[in-house]
Design a protein around this ligand. Structure first.
Ligand code: AHG
Ligand code: MN
Ligand code: MN
Length: 336
């Protein structure tokens, strides 16, 4: 199916519904609900500087991080929208201690999908008017339909994802997602409240010239990562590369996918598992990357092959243009 530029997201969802295997319209409804929640959160993010919504909510999440008010708001909106519409059987969020099981009140409509979300990614950027995002990941449950979901439904390897995507609340707001058939990006026309297909069939350029890493942590990195960073900075061929790091994974990934680049959040001597969460951040981004001709690894191995052991698990994450990730792998292999 060839995506038509300027098609609305609503039209695109309807036209593509039949391309899903065993389609019952459930996944389409789910993407529609995410579209709606994204618009509500977008509206709130856009007025963040105007009202008393920025700043800390005075609470910490399960991982001991400060929660921003917009984190709380986005978390509530996404969970509410998906719960009220009874289109998923379970939700896990970066901001919640445990997963939520949703019982459908309609006996004929027993849902089979579970969703994992990072409701607001890059939240330290809100107070300074820099782009933030939302990341989502969808799986088919593994336990029987009609029974309460269990942890097992959420701890699936990333290659089992049926859909994943992100919203970037940037200079314009975009929803970018995949259902395993390429990646398409939709830009919100804020005057109409409608997303239009602006970036059909998005692809990472094979090779790029941007590297994104929090270089302040350099001294703590693995020697393979240090060597690769030095390689990026060397004056040779198309190098030195450009260094760009926003600190919102969604925005850094989005830029790299359009321009060609690599994103790195390695483990270090202080954060042994890295910082990014496998289920809410790395898996959905890795699925998008592979669908867009890029690569995502956690060290030696493919991110999508990791068997999760816990809900809030963190892993090292390297993702981007194919040739750049392969080059990094060569450097990592030297020390293995
Ligand atoms: P979140 O706001 O959901 O906690 O995620 C922040 C993540 C990611 O978006 C970003 O790339 C990274 O943390 C930034 O971490 P550092 O500040 O350590 O570089
Ligand atoms: Mn995040
Ligand atoms: Mn977050």
């Amino acid at each position: 199916m060839v995506p038509k530029r300027n098609q609305t997201l609503g039209e695109f969802i309807i036209e593509n519904q039949n391309s899903f295997q065993y389609s019952s319209g459930e996944l389409s409804k789910l993407i529609n609900a995410i579209r709606l929640a994204a618009k509500v959160v977008n509206h709130e993010v856009n007025k963040a500087g105007l009202v008393d919504i920025i700043g800390l909510a005075g609470d910490t999440n399960i991982q001991g991080e400060n929660q921003q008010k917009l984190d709380v708001f986005a978390n509530e909106k996404f969970i509410q929208t998906l719960t009220n519409r009874e289109i998923v059987c379970g939700i896990a969020s970066e901001e919640e201690d445990s997963f939520v099981s949703i019982n459908s009140h309609d006996e004929n409509h027993q849902n089979k999908y579970i969703v994992l979300i990072d409701p607001l990614d890059g939240s330290s950027n809100i107070d300074v008017n820099v782009s933030v995002g939302t990341i989502f990941s969808v799986y088919r449950r593994v336990t029987p339909v009609g029974t309460p979901v269990t942890l097992e439904d959420f701890l699936q390897p990333g290659h089992k994802q049926v859909a994943a995507g992100y919203v970037v609340y940037g200079t314009s707001t975009m929803l970018v997602y995949t259902t395993g058939d390429g990646v398409n990006g939709f830009t919100l026309n804020p005057a109409l409240g409608t997303f239009y297909l602006s970036h059909p069939n998005m692809q990472f350029p094979e090779e790029g010239t941007i590297y994104s890493v929090n270089e302040g942590n350099y001294v703590h990195f693995h020697p393979g990562v240090k060597d690769y960073i030095k390689y990026c900075q060397m004056e040779e061929e198309n190098r030195p590369y450009t260094s760009r790091y926003i600190g919102s994974l969604v925005s850094d990934f989005h830029r790299n996918m359009i321009k060609g680049g690599i994103y790195m959040y390695p483990k270090s001597s202080v954060t042994q598992s890295g910082k990014l969460r496998l289920l809410y951040e790395c898996n959905p981004m890795a699925f998008l990357a592979e669908q867009a001709n890029g690569l995502a690894i956690g060290g030696k191995n493919r991110i999508l092959d990791i068997e999760p052991t816990e809900l809030h698990q963190r892993v090292p994450f390297f993702c981007g243009s194919r040739k750049m990730v392969e080059k990094l792998q060569e450097f990592l292999a030297k020390y293995q």
